[in-house]
Design a protein around this ligand. Structure first.
Ligand SMILES: Cc1ncc(COP(=O)(O)O)c(C=O)c1O
Length: 390
């Protein structure tokens, strides 16, 4: 039999945790077990009706199925600029400071490929979204964790970082509102990050997809004067507009940085389906009540999750933002994996162990708010049952 070796770089990354775990859950289901999945942050609610109508109307036009521009429709970039102006009070030039993306996840890889290379280092948050680490490693760069903890509000300690050797650090991944902890940036943090980036010649990339979920303080790193010199920001319609499967995101920042990313990206993919772009323009025009209505639903769900966590003797910050609840596990469990496995195998409810986001998440679990209240009620009943509480 022929032996064909995969590239060495594949050894740098594992199959994505959820990709493996979903296979196990599917296997449990095939054995007839009714598993409730409270793990993944994939919005279960639809986009606004106007958004779907715009997609459908546009798709009926026989001329709307061709390849599209690499930089998206001018009207889409204009709509993103308007969105940033309205909610973040940030002025962006739609001609060259905005790049539509097929989701922010892809954007992370595009940025990594455009700025990192062997010999350079990327700073990644621990805990943090695993893609920052994987994308950075795949470029041949090294990664260095910066540790976040409950004690410092899950914010980076830039003073401590400045004491370390930063000479090879090219890029720092930042993500506020923070996933998985739900922590918010302080207004001072973005100023400090921009100053840090300027002083040490580090590109600061803020990944900002959770601004609109259970949060009304919209913040962008680009609102700091001079930020465009050293900062890029990713955003996405996945969570804010219930469009995760549509794959619609954006990159914003100084024209030179955006053009560097475009140089890489335009060699990797092509422009998005035109009806999708037109629908995104419509979504971005949703009134402020769109976010308020969505958050009223998430708020109800969050209360249920708090109830569930109380049953598990977990502790949590009731002020946290975003699409998940992050909670500290009781000391009776070795780590979040032990708790997650116990609840999965005994109650058939899947909860994400915090350790998948880095070692600083080991003592935590994360529960997604992307399920109806009835599903949380059913999970609570199952957990009461295994705990012997009637
Ligand atoms: C912090 C963070 N960034 C980016 C993404 C990817 O979002 P998108 O759907 O825009 O690719 C996620 C998705 O879960 C996320 O949690």
């Amino acid at each position: 039999m022929a032996t064909i070796q995969p590239a060495q770089r594949l050894n740098l990354v594992q199959e994505y945790y959820f990709s493996t775990k979903l296979k196990e859950i599917a296997e449990m289901k095939s054995r007839g077990l009714d598993v409730i999945n409270l793990g993944i942050g994939s919005p279960d609610l639809p986009p606004s009706p106007e958004t779907i109508e715009a997609l459908s109307n546009s798709a009926h036009n026989p001329k709307h199925h061709a390849y599209q521009s690499y930089v998206g429709l001018p009207a889409l970039r204009q709509a993103f600029a308007g969105w940033y102006q309205t909610y973040f009070h940030v002025e962006l030039n739609p001609a060259n400071e905005i790049l539509p993306l097929i989701g922010s996840k892809e954007g992370i890889m595009h940025i990594a490929m455009s700025y990192l290379e062997p010999g350079t280092i990327a700073l990644v948050p621990n805990p943090g979204y695993p893609t920052y680490r994987a994308a950075s490693l795949l470029t041949g760069a090294e990664v260095q964790d910066y540790e976040l903890s409950a004690e410092n509000g899950w914010l980076p300690d830039l003073k401590a970082l400045a004491q370390t050797d930063l000479s090879r650090v090219r890029l720092m991944w930042v993500n506020y509102p923070h996933m998985p902890t739900g922590a918010q940036a302080t207004p001072a943090l973005y100023e400090e990050l921009v100053a840090f980036g300027k002083e040490h010649h580090i590109l600061i990339v803020n990944d900002n997809p959770y601004s609109f979920v259970l949060n009304e303080t919209y913040q962008s790193i680009l609102s700091v004067p001079g930020a465009k010199e050293v900062a890029l920001e990713l955003n996405s319609l996945s969570k804010s507009h219930n469009m995760a499967g549509w794959r619609m995101g954006m990159l914003a920042g100084g024209a030179e940085h955006v053009s560097n990313v475009l140089r890489f990206k335009s060699n990797m993919d092509s422009g998005m389906f035109l009806p999708l772009q037109e629908a995104a323009i419509q979504a971005l025009a949703n009134p402020p009540s769109w976010y308020a209505d969505l958050n009223a639903i998430y708020r109800e769900r969050q209360k249920k999750v708090f109830e569930l966590l109380d049953l598990l003797d977990c502790t949590y910050d009731p002020q946290q933002t975003g699409m998940f609840v992050w909670a500290r596990i009781p000391t009776s469990y070795a780590d979040g994996y032990a708790l997650s496995d116990e609840i999965l195998y005994k109650a058939n409810v899947f909860i994400t162990p915090g350790g998948i986001f880095g070692s600083q998440g080991n003592g935590y679990i994360r529960i997604s708010l992307c399920a109806e209240v009835e599903v949380f009620n059913a999970s609570i009943l199952r957990i009461r049952h295994i705990k012997g509480i009637c």
